[in-house]
Design a binder for this molecule. Structure first.
Ligand SMILES: [Zn+2]
Length: 133
């Protein structure tokens, strides 16, 4: 398991606290991250494509969390965008499912505050290269 003592730091206490929170969530073995060409909103009767999705309560025992990141270019143009989406979905997993706009607000702050090294760390360790069919 990735040690929280060995993660890259920004030097800003609050930013690094949030960064470690995201890493602590993503390194859990009940958290699964997948990339798929199409990610559809399961809550809507009108099937809508999403850039990412966080699903709690899955697997045996219902303690699993599945995060799915869209690999479609129009949803996430590149892997850097996928990392930002992963930060967004991890924030949903950490904070329950509060209003979308609050998570978007947090996402945009964290995407600015996390250093390139921190975002590359998330990319390298938690964003799969392959797509799940
Ligand atoms: Zn969201």
């Amino acid at each position: 398991m990735i040690s929280l003592r060995k993660v890259p730091l920004s030097g800003d206490d609050l930013t690094d606290w949030h960064f470690k929170e995201v890493v602590a969530l993503l390194r859990k073995n009940n958290v699964l991250v997948e990339r798929r060409k199409r990610v559809m909103d399961p809550d809507r009767w009108r099937r809508r494509a999403l850039r990412g999705l966080m699903q709690p309560g899955i697997g045996s025992g219902g303690h699993g969390i599945k995060i799915t990141i869209s690999s479609a270019k129009r949803m996430n143009p590149n892997r850097d965008a996928e990392v930002v989406t992963l930060i967004h979905e991890a924030s949903h997993a950490i904070r329950g499912k509060p209003w979308e706009y609050r998570i978007r607000g947090l996402e945009s702050i964290l995407a600015r505050r996390f250093t390139k090294k921190q975002k590359d760390f998330i990319k390298k360790h938690f964003l799969p290269r392959h797509e799940t069919k």
